[in-house]
Design a binder for this molecule. Structure first.
Ligand code: HEC
Length: 536
């Protein structure tokens, strides 16, 4: 039996626990969003008494969600996670940006709650130095300050799930429509990369490209798990949950989908787990913090085509005829394109093609007007099926590069499609070959065949970027920080650009690739038929 006083103590304990959780949540609202506990916007006073307000004042803008900081222009935003502000014994390293001379920081502060409150409100740090005015000054009431401080006490304090002593766990997701052969190619690439990585990491600390070998490189062995989804998309969420219960992972890396894989996207957002650089044929969702993609695929093809029309790179047609197979991603994206055409007052019609009866398409081609454009959302197999139709010499035909090049790995155009133009959301081959040099060296070195260059190079570069990111994190293995490192690495150097034309990521940009070309096939290779087009 509990005595009355034990119950009161127990209740008190529970209440304090609840209010502690509330306090941290309040602190998070200030830190991430610039919202004070009373619902008012956070206000910071910057240089020349200029106020920053609400979201613009949020700490995460500069110190990042992880609290691990970063570099903007030439300004170093120092790490302010728990280990950097309070720990008195450990001396963590943080790499905020290896390309910045001050981008490597070691902890040298030991704040108390009151010195911390002081630096946040007055700008005078624990050593009596007045901080630059890039760091706004925040006059907070007692409740707001104590919840912010409570939040900082636990921010990136312990390593994330998926990090276990000596091991870092990752998963690669395949959705069910992906063919066995592609899955196998991707798995073999990843397994090969991981073996090589683990081997190099365990016997050497000297392979760092950015010259700070003096730092302790983390020596975690990578473990990759392949999560192969089955059945209906409605059931993917619970399959992902089950996989994650068997072995929680630090991040989902690479992987292939030939349809929009929203449940995978959602899984990563709910579990606050990075989803890095999946090859998704039709990634439509750019909302969220944890999903970073090379490209949005088909949606980008549609945007590039409509941008080319808007900018008169392609002469405005009297009508666009979209061709696709029923219930395909082509059908979904054709609706997106219809809307964009409508905005430009360009009418369009659609034809679904079925293998048994190509007469509709043949007839439509036969009576094609001089100012009409045909846009075929076709992969190689579709073009083959349509191989017997007659396409008039002067017909203006456009094809989707994502379907043809990424999905099918096409390297040429055959009759009757020889004169078609391809919306090409990649770097053009003559330039791309330089960006893919390390990939081809690796492929050749392992006697692999590059049958699907885009997907295979996506896999390789996602692994290379992961390797760089994890090395930069040293012992600071937090999921938010991984996302932030990957955002930063893309811009660092063209050695990470892979198949794409000047890609980049930022807190506001979740699809690295935003541009492409119109290309034609010259009998040897795809060559540009336009300047580089940046999507609008
Ligand atoms: C506009 C960018 C920006 C925002 C927003 C910002 N900071 Fe800073 N912060 C900085 C910069 C830059 C410095 C380093 C200034 C210096 O060293 O002179 C800094 C320094 C600090 C320091 C001192 C760290 C150390 O190593 O001693 C703390 C603590 C801090 N910020 C906390 C916060 C908190 C909490 C918030 C949100 C309420 C916040 N900052 C919002 C840019 C920012």
């Amino acid at each position: 039996m509990f005595t009355k006083s034990t119950l009161i103590v127990l209740l008190g304990f529970l209440l304090s626990f609840v209010s502690f959780a509330d306090e941290i949540e309040q602190g998070r609202q200030i830190y991430d969003k610039g919202i004070l506990p009373n619902g008012e916007p956070l206000i910071g006073v910057g240089a020349n008494d200029y106020n920053v307000v609400g979201k613009d004042a949020a700490c995460a803008n500069c110190h990042r969600y992880s609290g691990m900081g970063g570099v903007e222009g030439k300004t170093l935003m120092p790490p302010i996670s728990a280990n950097f502000l309070f720990a008195s014994t450990k001396h963590p390293f943080a790499v905020t940006d290896p390309s910045h001379p001050m981008g490597i920081t070691t902890k040298d502060h030991t704040y108390t709650d009151s010195t911390l409150a002081n630096v946040i409100s007055t700008g005078t740090n624990d050593k009596g130095r007045e901080l630059t005015m890039v760091m706004p000054r925040y006059k907070l009431d007692k409740e707001a300050m104590s919840s912010l401080v409570a939040y900082l006490h636990q921010l990136s304090l312990t390593q994330s799930t998926g990090v276990v002593p000596g091991e870092l766990h990752f998963a690669t997701v395949f959705t069910p429509e992906v063919d066995e052969q592609t899955k196998q190619i991707v798995k073999t690439e990843i397994e090969t990369f991981v073996i090589q990585h683990n081997d190099t990491m365990s016997n050497a600390q000297s392979h760092r490209s950015f010259g700070f070998d003096r730092l302790r490189i983390n020596n975690y062995e990578w473990k990759f798990h392949f999560w192969e989804l089955k059945g209906d998309p409605d059931t993917w969420e619970s399959q992902l949950e089950d996989f994650n219960k068997q072995q929680a992972v630090f991040a989902l890396v690479s992987g292939v989908s030939y349809q929009a894989a929203d449940p995978v996207h959602e899984f990563c957002e709910t579990h606050e787990t990075p989803c890095l650089l999946r090859s998704e044929l039709y990634a439509s969702n750019n909302a969220g913090r944890y999903n970073l993609y090379f490209s949005k695929g088909l949606g980008l093809d549609a945007n590039l085509f409509s941008t080319a029309l808007k900018k008169s790179v392609i002469k405005k047609p009297s009508n666009v005829i979209q061709i696709f197979t029923p219930d395909s991603v082509g059908e979904t994206v054709s609706k997106e394109l219809s809307l964009k055409l409508k905005d430009q007052n360009i009418p369009d019609e659609t034809i679904e093609f079925s293998e048994d009866d190509l007469s509709d398409i043949s007839e439509r081609f036969a009576k094609l007007g001089p100012d009409e454009i045909v846009f075929c959302w076709c992969e190689q197999a579709d073009l083959d099926k349509l191989g017997t139709i007659h396409i008039p010499e002067q017909a203006k035909v456009y094809l989707s590069g994502s379907l043809l090049i990424m999905k099918s790995g096409a390297k040429e155009l055959k009759d009757p499609w020889k004169n078609a133009r391809v919306i090409y959301p990649f770097e053009i081959p003559s330039t791309r070959i330089k960006q893919l040099k390390s990939f081809y060296n690796w492929i050749v070195g392992h006697k692999f065949e590059a049958s699907k260059e885009v997907i295979q190079s996506d896999v390789y570069f996602s692994m290379l970027i992961l390797q760089e990111a994890v090395a930069q994190m040293v012992e600071n293995l937090y999921k938010d920080y991984l996302v932030e490192r990957v955002e930063n690495i893309f811009g660092m150097d063209l050695q990470f650009w892979g198949s794409y034309a000047r890609p980049g990521l930022s807190p506001a940009q979740r699809f690295a690739n935003r541009s492409g070309y119109i290309t034609k096939f010259d009998g040897q290779m795809f060559v540009p038929d336009s300047d580089r087009i940046i999507e609008e």
